[in-house]
Design a binder for this molecule. Structure first.
Ligand code: DQA
Length: 138
């Protein structure tokens, strides 16, 4: 089972960035815990602040991996290109968000990813990623 977590812009700052919204743990620390928890899963992690790099990574992994866990961050609410990439690939994509975007500003209520995603998990803090990985294991 090969799963990639793809994180979008500013998620490299987790731990430092708005800790009241996103928590105080870095993604690298959390990722080590995930690798420990899901020992039988080949887990990979990719982060970029650049829209085209996220699209390229979805294309690159989207025909051979078993699952993609995608937090497109702010691009969720703006990117037709990332939404189209999710539609184009064969690998199921689970959209995740750390925060409950529906409790936040109106512009965060729209997602270009959701119509193409196999599922959406949001609002559980970093645990949203755990839950997304688990959904591939059923
Ligand atoms: C986010 C929510 C987005 O609205 C925001 O732009 C992010 C993070 C989340 O994980 O809660 O950067 O995707």
């Amino acid at each position: 089972m090969k799963i990639i977590i793809i994180n979008g812009p500013n998620l490299n700052l987790l731990g430092k960035r708005e800790p009241e919204v996103y928590g105080s743990e870095t993604f690298e620390d959390y990722f080590s815990k995930l690798q420990f928890k899901f020992k039988d899963v080949e887990l990979e992690y990719f982060q970029s602040n650049i829209e085209g790099e996220l699209i390229s990574k979805i294309q690159e992994t989207g025909f051979s991996y078993d699952g993609i866990v995608l937090n497109a961050a702010a691009y969720t609410h703006t990117s037709v290109g990332i939404g189209d990439a999710v539609k184009a690939v064969e690998t199921p994509v689970i959209e995740v968000h750390i925060s409950n975007t529906h409790q936040r500003e109106e512009f965060r209520h729209l997602s270009y990813i959701s119509p193409a995603a196999s599922g959406v998990i949001l609002g559980f803090g970093l645990k949203s990623y755990d839950l997304a990985i688990e959904s591939f294991l059923f």
